[in-house]
Design a protein around this ligand. Structure first.
Ligand SMILES: *Cc1c(COP(=O)(O)O)cnc(C)c1O
Length: 371
């Protein structure tokens, strides 16, 4: 048997280490996981209630069109219902876009490092990958424009970018979109939209009236705290949505996910509260970085990338033994950094305490070596 050649060099996605596994391996009772940008406050109580109410319906297939959720979300976003596509997480919308647009002989342009699923799915479809290095953690939009040619089908903009937390501001995005050729789809991945605080972050949904070649991705996995249920969505011109729909599986979002997302959407107080706490959490980390003179990017997401100046794997291991799971930058294209999800105030204090100890030990060690 023979799988596609493209698959022979692809590694399956390496997820953050699961809590249960770390507890077992290190004999720990409490473990804090700040590795996958999950919401430390869980989800809205309304979502839990909606799931409970749905339990009598488990034998029945979900609505493949997600009508109730679609109506509510369209109203929430002020777009037409035909402008939405739902996915089993926005991950699946990425996959649908790749299935629909990419094949051998085409190419796709993205930043590097960025969210790995764009590359992964594009490779499977046999497209050429054009990666444009970030500059100071930011998308290099001019270089991305220069990488576009007649065979380019999709350009990916991750804003806020995972793993740097940086964003593309309104002026830069408008200038970019005005120059992207009309045969190219620009996907703007806004998985962290609800957390963004920057005043000049673009309201891209309003761009849909001006541009027919953009698609916005959002998700219920991050601020909405429903990562386990797997539901995200794309917003675009109805012509784009109609043309990619055949690449979507008929019942790709579950009944529980649809019901929970619908209820979660109605609880914007929860979202605002999480965003506010996240902002305060980021400040905790900024203070720590300033005190310790560590390089970092200011983040518009619920995570922060901190450069320690030595192997991110080492920092990861140090924290792991103490029951804290983060993401090593080694797997993210930043070998001397770690990406930390902003947790509750208490969780942030715990990790900052451990990191302070680590730095003290290392610095003490270095002094001894040189004396
Ligand atoms: C987490 C994340 C996603 C995927 O989220 P889903 O759980 O699949 O909805 C997409 N894009 C970025 C940048 C992310 O960080």
């Amino acid at each position: 048997m023979k799988v596609k050649v493209q698959l022979q060099h692809l590694k399956p996605y390496q997820p953050g280490k699961p809590i249960e596994e770390v507890k077992r391996e290190y004999g720990l009772e409490t473990v804090i996981k700040l590795a996958s940008n999950e919401n430390p406050y869980g989800c809205s109580e309304k979502a839990k209630k909606a799931i409970a109410e749905e339990l009598g319906q488990l034998a029945i297939y979900p609505d493949g069109y997600a009508r109730a959720l679609r109506e509510a979300l369209a109203a929430h976003l002020n777009v037409k219902e035909e402008q939405l596509i739902f996915g089993n997480g926005s991950d699946e919308v990425v996959q649908i876009i790749c299935r629909a647009f990419l094949e051998k002989g085409t190419n796709t342009v993205m930043a590097a490092p960025t969210f790995p699923q764009y590359r992964h799915n594009a490779v499977i479809e046999g497209a050429e990958i054009r990666e444009v290095p970030l500059v100071n953690g930011h998308h290099d939009l001019e270089a991305m424009l220069a990488a576009i040619d007649e065979a380019t089908r999709v350009v990916w903009i991750c804003s806020p970018n995972n793993p740097t937390g940086t964003y593309v501001n309104e002026t830069a995005l408008r200038s970019f979109l005005a120059r992207v050729p009309k045969h190219v789809l620009v996907v703007i991945d806004e998985a962290y939209y609800e957390y963004v605080q920057a005043d000049d972050y673009p309201e891209t949904v309003s761009f849909l009236n001006e541009y027919e070649n953009i698609m916005i991705l959002r998700t219920f996995s991050k601020a909405y705290g429903l990562a386990a249920l797997r539901i995200g969505y794309g917003i675009a011109h109805e012509n784009i949505i109609r043309s990619i729909e055949p690449a979507r599986e008929p019942f790709n979002t579950s009944r529980l996910a649809q019901a929970a997302a619908l209820a979660a959407l109605s609880d914007q107080v929860f979202i605002r509260d999480c965003a506010e706490r996240n902002k305060q959490g980021l400040e905790q980390f900024y203070r720590f970085c300033e005190e310790q003179q560590l390089a970092y990017y200011r983040s518009e997401g619920n995570f922060i990338l901190i450069d320690f100046g030595f192997s991110g794997d080492e920092v990861f291991q140090y924290l792991l033994k103490r029951g804290i799971i983060v993401r090593s930058g080694c797997a993210l294209g930043f070998p001397t950094a770690v990406r930390i999800t902003v947790g509750s105030q208490q969780q942030n204090e715990a990790i900052i305490h451990a990191l302070t100890e680590m730095l003290k030990e290392r610095r003490g060690h270095r002094c001894k070596e040189t004396s």
